[in-house]
Each structure stands twice: as C-alpha cells, then as structure tokens.
Design a protein around this ligand. Sequence first.
Ligand code: SF4
Ligand code: SF4
Length: 124
Amino acid sequence: MAKLSPILKEVLAHLFKKPATRRYPEEKPYVPVGFRGRQIFDINLCISCGLCARDCPAKAIEMVEVDGKLRPLFHLDRCILCYQCAESCPRNVIKSSEIFELASTNKSDLVVKPKANNASIGSL
Ligand code: SF4
Ligand code: SF4
C-alpha cells in the first residue's frame, strides 16, 4: 500500500479539525471581561477638571464647551485605548465598553462629542 506524504496527512488531519478562525462579522466574537472598547461616560458626573485631557498620552481628548461647562471630546482616530483618562479622572466618570467596531473611512465619524443631558457619550 502506498504511503501518504506528510503534507497530505497534515491536510487530511486539518479537514476534520475545528476552524482556527471565526466567520466574523457573521459570527460575533466573544468579548472578555475588562475589554477596553470605546469610552462611555456620564457627562453629569464630570467636574470639568480636564485631567483626562491633560494626561492622555495620545492627545486624543479635547475639552469643549457644552452648556457653559468644559467637557471631554474624544478623537478616536488618535486614541490608543490605554485608559489613562479613566485612571486620571477623579470622579470615575470614564468607563470602558465592549464597543470595538470602530473602523471608518470617514475621520469625522471618530469624533465622539459629549452630549448635554445624556447619560453617555454620543454614538459614533
Ligand atoms: S484611552 Fe488613552 S489614548 Fe484614549 S483618550 Fe483615554 S488616555 Fe487618551
Ligand atoms: S477627568 Fe473626569 S471629571 Fe475631569 S474633565 Fe475628565 S471626565 Fe470630567
């Protein structure tokens, strides 16, 4: 009986193995606890101190005026999702989310403006 070549053996073995990749986007990936996705925050808790903007290593936060008070605006095209902003915030206002689908061909889509009387950062 003819012997199978090692490569053919490998190919046949992989035919019956579970795929190593997922069929994204049809199949949604598992997002682990503590995942650092897009920031969300409660604007009503913000005290306009600006520490988040000061400490952001990527200069991704701009303090902008909303109803006469300075609030953080996030430039996600610069953000490296390090979450130093959350560490620096004395009011624990900034939280991570499971939102990770941030790709866009339009830079303005990645500007996340703080919204007045809204419990969270506006959607992209
Ligand atoms: S996660 Fe890091 S890079 Fe992004 S806004 Fe916060 S401090 Fe800046
Ligand atoms: S550090 Fe916190 S309280 Fe200070 S401006 Fe940023 S979000 Fe507001």
